[in-house]
Design a protein around this ligand. Structure first.
Ligand SMILES: Nc1ncnc2c1ncn2[C@@H]1O[C@H](COP(=O)(O)OP(=O)(O)OP(=O)(O)O)[C@@H](O)[C@H]1O
Ligand SMILES: [Mg+2]
Length: 222
């Protein structure tokens, strides 16, 4: 459902993304991990059309929604932020209420979203995406600002949406626990290139490269 071939992003003399091949199946969740600056956001920005590729090609079937690493809420109430993002008006009030409840934002529904805390704002950003149905979700560190409970809320909302829609998900995280919780497949990026790829248990038990072994060695999973 997603196919990438020889995709590159080059800034000046620096290639920050260089992906030979990446294919995703319908309904598959692929989690991208890798250090700061390894090209994770760059990949999602290119696929979502926020920035242009330098070389190569990519294609996907169906409709895509993108959650940026940092999203800015509209200067409206929390409820209106979600409603305003709904493309289809069928049942949107009901779906909005379900999301407000699921994302534990109901008590803030009538407050201006500009006053939300970082973690609340991130839950709202996800709500604005999940009000719509799509075939491919691109999520850039969806819970980076969330506390432990907020992270669980976000992961559960992603799982429920995935079950209900059957969508594929390409997401990034710095949380090993989150990668293991959500991924069908994990991809490890280093300096823009895929250095490891496999099922979570495969990657954990048998990384193929020295660098991958060291990176996994730093993972603390509780
Ligand atoms: N407009 C730009 N001009 C030059 N370099 C850029 C530009 N945008 C991004 N980069 C560089 O591209 C590299 C990849 O950035 P990217 O945001 O994809 O990293 P990331 O893996 O998402 O990191 P993080 O974990 O910190 O979010 C970084 O080194 C960044 O400095
Ligand atoms: Mg990033």
């Amino acid at each position: 459902m997603l196919e990438i071939n020889d995709l590159k992003k080059i800034y000046g003399d620096r290639t920050v993304l260089d992906i030979d091949k990446l294919k995703m199946n319908k309904g598959e969740t692929v989690v991208i991990v890798g250090p700061n600056g390894s090209g994770k956001s760059t990949l999602l920005k290119i696929l979502s059309g926020v920035i242009a590729k330098s070389e190569g090609s990519f294609g996907f079937d169906g409709e895509l929604y993108y959650l940026p690493q940092q999203s800015i809420p509209f200067r409206k109430s929390v409820r209106k932020n979600i409603l305003f993002s709904a493309k289809d008006s069928t049942d949107k009030e009901q779906r909005c209420n379900e999301l407000l409840k699921e994302l534990q934002l109901m008590h803030l529904a009538d407050k201006n979203a500009k006053g939300l805390s970082g973690g609340e704002c991130q839950r709202l950003a996800l709500g604005r995406i999940l009000i719509n149905k799509c075939d491919l979700l691109l999520l850039d560190e969806p819970s980076s600002a969330a506390d432990i409970e907020g992270t669980e809320i976000i992961e559960n909302a992603i799982k429920r949406y995935r079950e209900e829609t059957g969508c594929a998900i390409l997401m990034t995280t710095h949380s090993p626990r989150q990668a293991l919780n959500l991924a069908d497949r994990i991809i490890m990026l280093r300096e823009g290139r895929i250095v490891e790829e496999g099922r979570p248990e495969q990657l954990l038990s048998a990384p193929q490269t020295e660098w991958g072994r060291k990176f996994i060695g730093m993972w603390k999973i509780d």
